[in-house]
Design a protein around this ligand. Sequence first.
Ligand code: NAD
Ligand code: TYD
Length: 339
Amino acid sequence: MKIIVTGGAGFIGSNFILYVMKAHPEDQIINVDCLTYAGNLENLVSVENEPNYKFAKIDIRDRKAVYQLFEDEKPDVVINFAAESHVDRSIDNPGVFVETNVNGTQVLLDACRKYGIKRYHQVSTDEVYGDLPLDRPDLFFTETTPIHASSPYSASKASADLLVGAYHRTFGVPVTISRCSNNYGPYQFPEKLIPLMIANAENGKELPVYGDGMNVRDWLYVEDHCKAIDLIVREGKVGEIYNIGGHNEMHNIDIVKIILKTLGKSEDLIRFVKDRAGHDLRYAIDPAKIHAELGWLPETMFADGIKKTITWYLDNRSWWENIVSGEYQNYYARMYGNR
Ligand code: NAD
Ligand code: TYD
């Protein structure tokens, strides 16, 4: 199978490529990424010289370049990870989220329609469902929960999902969509909660916790997400949406305390800062459908996954120190400076 993986130089995309090249060495992988601040080819040095791996520096918004790629490569499958993915940045500057997440997705769908494809898979998020109240632990997101996005990021992902559904119904493009909960693991950019807190703690910097730290996220180890996507692409039913999550809900503050404890650092580093605008209270996935239909279950318990992740960041200090670039310093000063 020839698979185009867009956004393959980012956190989940690079983990997916590393996973799929091991699990299916007979497949050919084309990594399509325009290398924004979040894209890092260093993640893929271990496979970059493999004969079944290729990198194409293409922006998914660039229709001409995307069509040319489809014409040259004739892919069987497209898996779209490419996105602007950080909620805080979407509050700072929503425009690029619409451009990449909505318009970029539409370009890919048009290419699939024009050149034909066996499967287009959209990597979406549980954030399209909005949030759940903190005092109703009995409520979960299912695939039929109405879309109710809160941030410009989640609104752009929800819009993309609607386009994917429409291209299936109207034009017969063979699509699937997955909506996963928060991921953690190696190669996550240190603007997201877990790597940011690890990096700050290691550098003796304050750990900025939004609001009272009681917001809940449902955490999944990135490799479990990759396995679920691989399964959906190979065995999932065309036209279907699959939620992915492992029933692992945690308050933000508890995650921060686990990180400090594991690193042997003091909780005095915690600083409660002004809350995120529109901050979603709780995400919680019901993964019953993917379990029943495809037999998927998460394999990594949080206690093990977080240890593995912290160890990876300690062992790969130069990876995150190098990417904490000038652009990131400016972002950090803007985001946390007056909080
Ligand atoms: P990321 O920000 O780490 O990586 C995004 C990648 O997309 C980067 O390599 C970037 O260079 C590339 N990219 C951005 N704009 C592009 C464009 N216009 N053209 C080509 N490439 C472009 O993101 P991530 O955390 O790996 O998330 C990947 C996907 O998974 C996203 O679609 C996100 O919405 C979804 N998702 C993420 C999580 C999570 O917890 N991180 C959870 C559920 C779903
Ligand atoms: P994040 O990793 O940005 O993922 P998302 O907003 O997509 O769930 O944030 C996870 C949670 O951590 C979220 O409730 C916001 C919170 N948070 C902080 O408290 N401080 C921070 O510095 C960051 C980046 C996030």
